[in-house]
Design a protein around this ligand. Structure first.
Ligand code: AMP
Ligand code: GLY
Length: 439
């Protein structure tokens, strides 16, 4: 009998890929996809000045799904990779799939794991997934009565997507009350029409990533983000000012607990409910004294965590995307370089508040010459051959090293070669891991 061609061999077909997004996460994904021997052509919509080195950037409105589908048909796109959460929550994967175009990421219903905090909390209680106690509210009066009965600290969350700003960790009762009033007054638009009030969890916060195909979940890697704008975890919350991977605080035992108690029950629960989860499941986990507890899910790679994950990933990422889309993760394996990686975010002065755009950045080529260093762009444009800042978070200066301390040293050496007086960064990314290495 003639041997049948394995599915793996089908993947050896060369592919046209379209990546959606424009941040540092997408530059890192573009860099990794561009290294795949399976790639014929990579486009990115809308992209940025750094992504333009890896892909052809196209001005496509990714909120217009019909336009995206039209582009894919005209250019014989074989796979669409979706970076950010907004198009996922808007159902872009469903629309592409219905049009016969393969797309990596969760369906609209499965993306509720990020799109609705209440949805995730209810899933946790249904499937016994460890998380803080909570209640959902549709009006301010009941929510206020509840926080007054509970006391502070307590966490107030807008149910829907609020560009990473919908969570208020209230240290006092008045702060919690103000947050509730602000959310029900429309402070986050329709995202705050429902509010979740959650127990404050204390402990160390880590990011855990798993690749899922609806049935199987394989752990990718762990990371630690740095949410506050300033050194020593001071200042306002941001989208993330730096990250490193792996984090030593997720021991093999904690890793197994997170998989067994959080990730696997979630994937099984989503399947049981008829909304199987495919794509990247990113768990925000608090390592508490009672063990790891989930405080949020995201349905895509973290930014800036993705940047360090891509530096550490040894395997080709394209087969991993395809295995997720095709439900073939059961016997799949993703290999990693053991060396830690670290990224420092350079942001425009004023971020996360108001900041200037259009300031000139120099010294990038010189910075990239340092051993182990890779620079990903987050918010940049090219004008007359110069690189200009075009966002709040602007650059990711990444480095690998034999230790987190070495990666940190290399990243800051590179930062110091970048000439951008209007930018700033934290100088202490990975301080906890570096402290542990020195101990
Ligand atoms: P998010 O905007 O959803 O990423 O949440 C912002 C931050 O709020 C998280 O990174 C955590 O530091 C914090 N947070 C969210 N939920 C809790 C919780 N239940 N207890 C303590 N901190 C929390
Ligand atoms: N690093 C936080 C996030 O991507 O949501």
């Amino acid at each position: 009998m003639r041997p049948t061609r394995s599915r793996t061999l089908n993947w050896l077909l060369l592919m046209n890929i379209l990546l959606l997004g424009s941040g540092g996460r997408e530059h890192a994904l573009a860099w990794k996809i561009a290294a795949s021997p399976l790639l014929t052509k990579l486009w990115c919509a809308p992209g940025n000045a750094g992504i333009a080195r890896e892909a052809e950037c196209i001005a496509l409105d990714i909120a217009d799904h019909a336009d995206v589908i039209d582009f894919c048909r005209r250019n014989a796109v074989d796979l669409v990779v979706v970076g950010p959460e907004t198009p996922l929550a808007a159902g872009i994967v469903d629309d592409l799939t219905s049009a016969g175009i393969k797309a990596f990421g969760p369906s609209k219903l499965a993306a509720q794991l990020e799109g609705s905090k209440g949805f995730t909390k209810d899933l946790c209680s249904e499937f016994n997934i460890p998380t803080g106690t909570y209640r959902r509210f549709g009006n301010a009066a009941d929510a206020l009565a509840y926080v007054r009965a509970q006391g502070a600290p307590i966490v107030v969350k807008a149910d829907g997507l609020a560009a990473g700003k919908g969570v208020v960790v209230a240290e006092t009762l008045p702060e919690a009350e103000d947050a509730i009033v602000m959310m029900f007054d429309g402070g986050f638009g329709s995202a705050g029409a429902e509010v979740v009030i959650e127990e404050f969890l204390s402990g160390r916060e880590i990011s855990f990533f798993a690749l899922c195909d609806g049935e199987t979940a394989i752990p990718l890697a762990t990371a630690q983000d740095h949410k506050r704008a300033l050194d020593h975890d001071q200042g306002p919350n941001t989208g993330g000012m730096g990250a490193y991977s792996p984090t030593p605080f997720v021991t093999p035992e904690i890793h197994d607990q997170i998989m067994a108690r959080i990730i696997l029950p979630t994937v099984a629960g989503m399947k049981k409910r008829g909304t199987p989860f495919r794509g990247i499941l990113y768990a925000g986990v608090m390592l508490t004294e009672q063990g790891p507890k989930l405080f949020e899910y995201n349905v895509r790679f973290g930014d800036p965590e993705c940047q360090v994950l891509m530096l550490r990933m040894m395997s080709d990422i394209v087969p991993a995307f395809l295995a997720s889309c095709d439900g073939q993760l059961k016997n799949f394996d993703v290999r990693w370089f053991p060396d830690p990686a670290l990224t420092v975010v350079m942001a425009a002065k004023g971020y996360p508040g108001d900041y200037a755009k259009g300031t000139r950045i120099e010294g990038l080529d010189d910075a990239a010459k340092i051993e182990g260093v890779e620079i990903f762009h987050a918010g940049t444009v090219t004008k007359n051959g110069a690189i200009l800042a075009n966002g709040g978070r602007v650059l990711n200066v990444c480095a690998s090293g034999k230790t987190v301390s070495e990666a940190q040293q290399r990243a800051y050496q590179a930062v110091d070669r970048i000439i951008w007086p209007e930018g700033f960064c934290r100088r202490d990314i990975a301080w906890q891991a570096v402290e542990q290495e020195r101990a």
